[in-house]
Design a protein around this ligand. Structure first.
Ligand code: ADP
Length: 363
């Protein structure tokens, strides 16, 4: 009996060893000091180090990630997290950047004591390439769709203006419906193209000296009629002496238009929407706050995804592209965006534009 058990465990050991050797994912294990104890062939291919070079070396010497030490996956496992899965950019030995999906977890003995950690790395290069190709294709498709839509809308408008003769009331009715639908489609294509160009980095911010107070005031003035139509008060509070930032004025305005536009759109009549800013070195932090319905925890994690619309907004117009676009713009400026909200207690969207890109006067 014990013999059979031994044979089984040997076979399962062979089997798992075989799998680790053949799996396309890099498998790396380390002891609690972070010294490498296993390094499979996929790890050799992905990192550019041979097994013999890697064994016994510190994981930090072999694995390099964008963001440095703070992003080192096993650090979080040593810090107490059971398992961490994340997307990172890995730098191979030759300096090549490889997009990867990393799962790291602690290795425990029968009593649960940690005796090491394991990292499994999947190369996402092909997935990313296909994803980018798909996005380019959709972008081209949307671009080609725009010309006939704009052209057709122009012809319909000419008909409605009576340029080709008088129309009967039912004909006007039909054409007005077609006109509205085309307008909606054109707006969707325009918003999508804006998002897609930022996402694909075809549209790159053109930073200039940004007159923060002037730009904020301009957007508020532009959106005032929208707010007034809902009896919403728009309040703007900017501290004096906000430094001139380096940012793309058009894109900065698009951020404010989207955030303030949403705040007005989702808030009840008679409420207030605030635009605040404050200097919090190393950035200027902007806040758009409202007294609207707030956002549910289920929606929160998807908020910045393209075409995502929250629960219960089906009867409010929108394409679900505003926040996705805003996020791309803020990312492209090196800033951060986040939201503080709870259902029934309004929402506060915060974003930062770093001061380091500020046009500081030469000393
Ligand atoms: P859209 O407004 O066109 O749906 P967005 O990308 O701008 O798309 O917003 C995504 C979703 O986030 C919205 O559908 C809505 O559910 C939620 N949302 C955004 N801003 C607010 C806000 N100020 N208050 C409540 N919900 C909001």
């Amino acid at each position: 009996m014990p013999k059979a058990k031994h044979a089984n465990s040997t076979r399962s050991h062979d089997w798992s060893h075989f799998l680790i050797q053949k799996t396309p994912g890099a498998v790396i294990t380390a002891d609690t000091q972070g010294r490498i104890t296993e390094f499979n062939p996929a790890a050799e291919r992905m990192t550019g180090f041979s097994r013999a070079e890697a064994l016994g070396r510190d994981t930090g010497e072999i694995l390099h990630f964008q963001g440095g030490e703070a992003n080192f996956p096993l650090n979080q496992v040593w810090g107490g997290k059971l398992e961490v899965t994340e997307e990172l950019i890995m730098h191979s030995r030759s300096g090549q950047e490889v997009p990867v999906m990393i799962s790291s977890f602690a290795l425990r003995d029968e009593r649960g004591a940690i005796y090491g950690g394991a990292v499994i790395i999947r190369d996402l290069t092909l997935v990313k390439r296909l994803e980018t190709e798909r996005r380019h294709l959709v972008n081209m498709f949307a671009h080609d769709l725009k010309t006939p839509v704009v052209g057709t809308a122009g012809l319909i408008r000419r008909l409605l203006q009576g340029k080709l003769g008088e129309l009967s009331p039912p004909q006007i009715n039909y054409l007005q419906t077609v006109d509205r639908e085309l307008h909606h489609l054109e707006e969707l294509i325009t918003r999508f193209l804006e998002f897609a160009r930022l996402d694909l980095r075809i549209m790159i911010p053109q930073p200039q000296d940004l007159d923060v107070a002037g730009e904020c005031q301009e957007v508020v003035t532009l959106l005032m009629p929208l707010a007034e139509a809902k009896d919403i008060t728009l309040s703007i509070n900017l501290p004096p002496g906000i430094p001139t930032l380096k940012a793309d004025p058009y894109l900065f305005r698009r951020v404010l238009e989207n955030l303030i536009g949403n705040a007005i759109k989702y808030s009840p009549s008679g409420s207030t929407v605030w635009l605040n800013a404050q200097v919090e070195d190393p950035a200027v932090r902007f806040a758009v706050k409202d007294q609207g319905p707030g956002i549910s925890p289920d929606d929160l994690s998807h908020l910045f995804e393209s075409f995502y619309r929250g629960q219960g907004v089906a009867n409010i117009p929108g394409f679900g592209l505003g926040l996705a676009t805003v996020k791309r713009i803020i990312d492209a400026h090196g800033g951060r965006i986040w939201v503080d909200t709870s259902p029934g207690h309004g929402s506060a969207f915060y974003f930062t534009i770093p001061l380091e890109t500020q046009n500081t006067p030469s000393k």
